[in-house]
Design a protein around this ligand. Structure first.
Ligand SMILES: [Zn+2]
Length: 264
């Protein structure tokens, strides 16, 4: 199985990053996509990937939370970073009007610029969206056919939003949000609408620890080796076998991100 969203450069992994990666291998994770959330983290993601060729891949981009803090030349740097073989998508980028850590104006500008960059570089988009579906979708709409693949990472939207994404051919990333009996119910109710061919799985570690892990882990930190818990819940909700879910999401990930996977 492939974890398409791991924030492995997060400081919460500083003490034991090597062990975290080793544990991921132990549960048969065959590849991971390290999320770049700003210029600095995207650079760090590339260096980390270079230490694990054909196992770690990354995205290069600026998260909407960081849109207020980009330098003038950030696009050039992202462009340059994307020339590395390990960079498989532009992102994480998008809009987040839930917390507005950056102004909506800056978020929309920085997002639009990265959409154009993905189009120029012919790279997929790794997308974030929270409480901003309409403006987010409107920015993407004119470019959908010119971008190799669009991934709505950590999807938590409603049924109408899901249908619009599916009809536009987006891939839908599902995290441990679906393992949360409190706030994940609405998502649980609609995940079976996602065709297996458009489904991707991710932990979004160190965030969103699956609440279905027993015994409960001592640390609140999520890690990629917990991905099987997302698989368990999803296969139950969708009504397919775990094997089928793993096989299809692996094929999807390899196709979307153009990965070369070593046999484990
Ligand atoms: Zn995100």
């Amino acid at each position: 199985m492939i974890d398409i969203g791991v924030n492995l450069t997060n400081t919460r992994f500083d003490k034991d990053r090597i062990d975290v990666i080793a544990r991921a291998k132990q549960v048969n994770i065959s590849a991971m996509l390290v999320t770049g959330t700003n210029v600095e983290e995207s650079k760090q993601a590339v260096s980390l990937c270079q230490q694990y060729p054909d196992y770690l891949y990354s995205t290069a981009g600026v998260h909407p939370h960081d849109a207020d803090r980009v330098d003038k030349n950030y696009l050039e740097i992202l462009d340059k970073l994307a020339q590395n073989d390990c960079v498989k998508a532009i992102g994480e980028c998008g809009l987040d009007f839930n917390r507005n850590f950056s102004t909506p104006e800056n978020q929309q500008r920085v997002f639009s610029e990265q959409v154009i960059l993905a189009k120029q570089l012919k790279l997929p988009l790794f997308l974030h969206q929270r409480d901003a579906f309409e403006p987010w979708f409107n920015i993407l709409k004119p470019h959908i056919d010119d971008i190799p693949a669009l991934v709505s990472h950590c999807f938590t939207g409603n049924e109408n939003e899901l249908q619009q994404c599916l009809e536009a051919g987006f891939f839908i990333g599902i995290t441990g949000w679906v393992c949360d009996e409190r706030r994940g119910q609405a998502l649980r109710d609609i995940v079976s609408l996602i065709p297996l061919e458009q489904l991707l799985i991710e932990t979004d570690a160190p965030y969103l620890t699956p609440r279905t892990i027993r015994p409960k882990p001592k640390s609140s930190r999520n890690e990629p080796s917990y991905l099987p818990h997302v698989v368990n819940m999803l296969s139950e909700l969708i009504g397919c076998s775990k094997e089928e879910l793993i096989q299809q999401t692996t094929i999807n990930s390899e196709k979307v991100f153009n990965l070369r996977i070593k046999d484990a």
